[in-house]
Design a protein around this ligand. Structure first.
Ligand SMILES: [Zn+2]
Length: 186
């Protein structure tokens, strides 16, 4: 039986793990500290890394943002996490998979989540620049209501995990402050 996705929130331990990883990247590197974790849910205890809530949240892949490291503007955490998982998955889509990320996905990563038919996206901090995951999915919903025509053929459910936003905002703020100080001293 397929587990019920809707009411189960990501385990606190998993979210704290993402926050800690984001903090470490912010401290040690010049990459924007974005972390993406792709999970699947299971009733039975899976192998590998998992966190337990109502279900077992199995970590299928993890990536961080590596734009600077590879000098490539599309090496976002979500893109890399999807690629990692696709390399080992025989399925065409990532249906039933859940993306958890500390920053609301950008236009590129939202589009990828839609193309891969990701079930749900959880994020900690709202994006205030450029198109966001919410903008794209809401636009498609509105269009569907008014003209009965869908823009998107798949609508991932997007959930803002507000309880982590304050700490995530301070990690990002401190990171950009550090970056500005670096560039001043160059
Ligand atoms: Zn992105």
């Amino acid at each position: 039986m397929k587990p019920e996705f809707l009411e189960d929130l990501p385990p606190k331990k998993l979210c704290k793990f993402i926050l800690k990883l984001s903090y470490n990247i912010a401290q040690k590197t010049k990459e924007i500290p974005v972390v993406a974790v792709v999970c699947s849910l299971s009733y039975n205890k899976p192998n590998g890394l998992f966190f337990k809530n109502q279900h077992y949240w199995k970590v299928e892949s993890i990536s961080t943002n590596l734009v600077k490291k590879y000098n490539n503007p599309i090496y976002h955490a979500e893109f890399l996490a999807f690629q990692k998982l696709k390399r080992k998955s025989k399925e065409l889509y990532l249906s039933d998979k859940i993306l958890i990320t500390n920053l609301e996905p950008c236009l590129l990563c939202t589009s990828l989540s839609i193309s891969y038919r990701v079930e749900k996206i959880f994020y900690f901090l709202k994006r205030n620049k450029g198109f966001s995951a919410r903008d794209i999915v809401n636009l498609s919903h509105k269009r569907k209501q008014s003209s009965k025509k869908k823009i998107l053929n798949h609508h991932p459910k997007i959930v803002y995990l507000k309880e982590y936003s304050k700490i995530q905002r301070s990690i990002i703020k401190n990171f950009f402050r550090k970056l500005r100080n670096f560039s001043k001293s160059d």
